[in-house]
Design a protein around this ligand. Sequence first.
Ligand SMILES: [Zn+2]
Length: 322
Amino acid sequence: MIPHMAKAHLLAAVLAAWALPTSAQNQLREPYQLQQMDMHLHAGLELETPLDRWLDAAAADGRRVVVLLDHLELYRKTAAEYRDWLLQRPAFVTRYPMGPAGRQALMRDFAKAREHRGLTVFTAWEVSEDELDTGTEMDVLAQVDLVGWHISPRNGKQPPDGKHLIRRASQLRELQQKLPVPMILFHPFTMRVENLERTAQREGRPISSITTAQYRFFQPGEQRELADLLRGRSIYIEIARESAHCMENPACREAMIADIQPLAELGVRFTVSTDAHGLRHAQLPFRPESYCKPLGVTPANTNPLVQELLARRPRPAAPRTP
Ligand SMILES: [Zn+2]
């Protein structure tokens, strides 16, 4: 509970901010530091701890703004499939029905989460990129603050690359004509790394045999093409926490800097996240500055999504004049 005096101060501050023009309001908002933002935090069927404790832990670890989400496809199981899935995952504590009832229950819990005192909470669905080809559930996606598109490693197949991401970005632009919400391309770069490293392991080659040229995501000209598609649009690229792993390997680091830094210079905007699904993830350190700084990913080019989401929030009713 907020003490009475603090409440009065809060109200005064809100009313004062309300009277200011929008540009002045934006200046009042301090940008979030990278480690204060988690724009991809799983908080649905895979939770291993009650949601309120999960949020408390995020706040205690320094987060101030979070995007809560779950994988949309998890709710498409039959009741029997869900039962089997849970049997293999005894640590999961959340229980929702499958289908629309489960999605609604999740949204009710997310609505309650918005009351958390230490966190600004937004909501999302994580959707498989394949649904950009096959079609998706537009009415469901219209109910959240933003949509994150899961770029897959496509293990055992061609890894994601520049051409692939350019195609996905074009599809998002097209989709936003019908569904005008912010969208994020989730973890494209680290999914390429995962594919290459798993392939090497499968073929009995050491990770150190993968060259910078093989790690490189983009071919010449592709970064400009992608930036031209994204500039001025509400489409962001996630810089995943696994980037830290890549930055420890000189060949991977060199490729990642060559891939991402020019995008930042061309005006592409990013997000940072833990992509934490459960307790094991939550115990890993989240130090995005360590890998973001050399990539050119900064508070300046990661705060725009937060600003956009805040601006899209329904405005409180204007105070009544007597
Ligand atoms: Zn995820």
